[in-house]
Design a protein around this ligand. Structure first.
Ligand SMILES: *[C@@H]1O[C@H](CO)[C@@H](O)[C@H](O)[C@H]1NC(C)=O
Ligand SMILES: *[C@@H]1O[C@H](CO)[C@@H](O)[C@H](O)[C@H]1NC(C)=O
Ligand SMILES: *[C@@H]1O[C@H](CO)[C@@H](O)[C@H](O)[C@H]1NC(C)=O
Ligand SMILES: *[C@@H]1O[C@H](CO)[C@@H](O)[C@H](O)[C@H]1NC(C)=O
Ligand SMILES: *[C@@H]1O[C@H](CO)[C@@H](O)[C@H](O)[C@H]1NC(C)=O
Ligand SMILES: *[C@@H]1O[C@H](CO)[C@@H](O)[C@H](O)[C@H]1NC(C)=O
Ligand SMILES: CC(=O)N[C@H]1CO[C@H](CO)[C@@H](O)[C@@H]1O
Length: 406
């Protein structure tokens, strides 16, 4: 019996080690086969936050600030929430912005190609699980839970539908290498089942398909989709349980201007006296991580999440200070319109993964770096370019040693 158990254990370990490559096939027959056995999970939790108990993040595509606010349906939503008028994407094109939104950096990425971030790089998922906070992704038209393929087209008309580049969790092998993490990356059909069953997680990232999110269409389609999706939820007690919803865009459409985008905070966690107001504090995608960290007292990633501003109404409850932009380079000269170099940049330049900054930012807040991150990177000689400052670099103002190659 002994050798048998032994080899079974080795087999299980080797399967687990390859989970990030197990579900990448995109042929219809492969997808049908995998769908039949794909694991879906809906773990729940109820960890109280200081300003909200549930966070739902909805990302739409490629729309400039004024165009977004000009859309009647987004304007309808904005009137029922707080408009963030000084919220910036971090680079172009799409994928690095999604990568940044959970990992605290985009590691030089300047493309939308198939990417696997090394498994020693942590994301907000590790921070949430560390505190027992349930999470999930709802990706419209993802063909089955845990699908890792580059894309899956609409089987009736061949149009773009689900794309991996808009699914932040799966790009990180720390997530894609674990079956139980893949099992909570689900499609929107599962959202409605989880709503019905009252098994929605506390942190969720929602991506409409390539038609619904405006990528292959325009803001009138993404605005309509978003209002159609959210309006019934705004009065649904199964969804609104001290819930904060962030609606934003991955990037501004016009590359030659600043990468400012519209963001709206809405939901029953938004204080009534703030409904219909505008907050012009400086935010970027890293604020989405910092706000969750402050709310639930999470550890940090030691990357650009540490210095990012927490959304003001949350900061007021967590004791965080919302700072104005005050870097050497004025905000007006920061375009965030192309990427510095790094390990995910495929045009050359420095390919070395930067290490997290393991020094806690005690001057700023009392959050500390996740112990497992400290453990993994202690003694690393990799360069560190993260500080507790608010300013983040861009292609024109790269971190030292990470100038983009021309
Ligand atoms: C959604 O995912 C489930 C679970 O894997 C799968 O059975 C279903 O076919 C998917 N739905 C769509 C619309 O692709
Ligand atoms: C995208 O989702 C919408 C509903 O939100 C659906 O009508 C449409 O068929 C889906 N796919 C494509 C390619 O449009
Ligand atoms: C969740 O709901 C679906 C249908 O809405 C049902 O088939 C499924 O059994 C439910 N799951 C649980 C765990 O209750
Ligand atoms: C970024 O914006 C600046 C200022 O408009 C412009 O000079 C530069 O060409 C832009 N870069 C890209 C890659 O579009
Ligand atoms: C950190 O925690 C201490 C003790 O609870 C508190 O006095 C201090 O104000 C906190 N500092 C910040 C920046 O939140
Ligand atoms: C993390 O992974 C990268 C890529 O494999 C490697 O270069 C780096 O040394 C690793 N860092 C640590 C601390 O293990
Ligand atoms: C098309 C367009 O003008 N888009 C917006 C992108 O963001 C800048 C501000 O940073 C706006 O002025 C633009 O309106």
């Amino acid at each position: 019996m002994r050798p048998l158990i032994f080899s079974a254990a080795i087999f299980a370990a080797s399967v687990a080690a390859q989970a990030e490559n197990t579900y990448t096939a995109t042929a219809t027959s492969d997808v049908e086969k995998a769908r039949a056995t794909a694991k879906t999970l809906s773990p729940t939790s109820n960890v109280k936050g200081k300003a909200f108990d549930r966070l739902a993040i909805i990302w739409l595509e490629n729309t400039d600030y004024d165009m977004a606010l000009g859309d009647p349906n987004l304007a309808w939503l904005a009137k029922r929430g707080v408009t963030l008028s000084n919220y910036h994407a971090v680079t172009h094109p799409s994928q690095p912005n999604y990568i940044a939104s959970i990992g605290g950096d985009y590691f030089g990425m300047q493309h939308d190609d198939f990417t696997q971030v090394d498994k020693n790089v942590s994301t907000i998922i590790d921070l949430l699980e560390d505190k027992g906070i349930s999470w999930g992704e709802y990706q419209e038209d993802m063909p089955y839970s845990g699908f890792e393929g580059i894309a899956y087209v609409n089987q009736k008309n061949g149009k773009n539908d689900y794309v991996r580049k808009h699914n932040p969790a799966v790009s990180y092998n720390a997530n894609a290498g674990l079956i139980d993490r893949l099992a909570v990356t689900k499609n929107l059909t599962k959202f409605y089942e989880d709503l019905e069953n009252e098994t929605l997680p506390q942190w969720m990232f929602i991506t409409p398909n390539m038609t619904s999110d405006g990528h292959d269409t325009d803001v009138s389609v993404s605005g309509t989709w978003t209002r159609t999706f959210l309006e019934p939820l705004l009065s649904d007690k199964r969804f609104m349980q001290n819930t904060l919803v962030i609606i934003t865009f991955d990037e501004n459409e016009t590359y030659s201007i600043q990468n400012r985008i519209l963001a709206i905070l809405i939901g029953d966690a938004v204080p009534a006296d703030l409904v219909g107001t505008t907050d012009d504090s400086y935010y970027n995608h890293y604020s989405e991580i910092a706000t969750a960290e402050a709310n639930w007292d999470l550890h940090t990633l030691g990357r650009f999440d540490v210095g990012a501003n927490v959304f003001r109404f949350v900061a007021e409850k967590t004791g965080d200070t919302v700072r104005p932009w005050s870097a050497d380079v004025p905000l007006a000269d920061m375009f965030f319109n192309y990427s510095y170099a790094g390990p995910l940049n495929d045009e050359g330049g420095n390919k070395r993964y930067p290490a997290p900054n393991l020094v806690d930012a005690a001057d700023l807040h009392n959050r500390t770096i996740l112990p497992s991150i400290k453990e993994a990177w202690r003694g690393s000689s990799a360069p560190v370019y993260y500080t507790s400052g608010l300013a983040t670099p861009d292609g024109q103002h790269p971190p030292e040693g990470y100038a983009p190659s021309e």
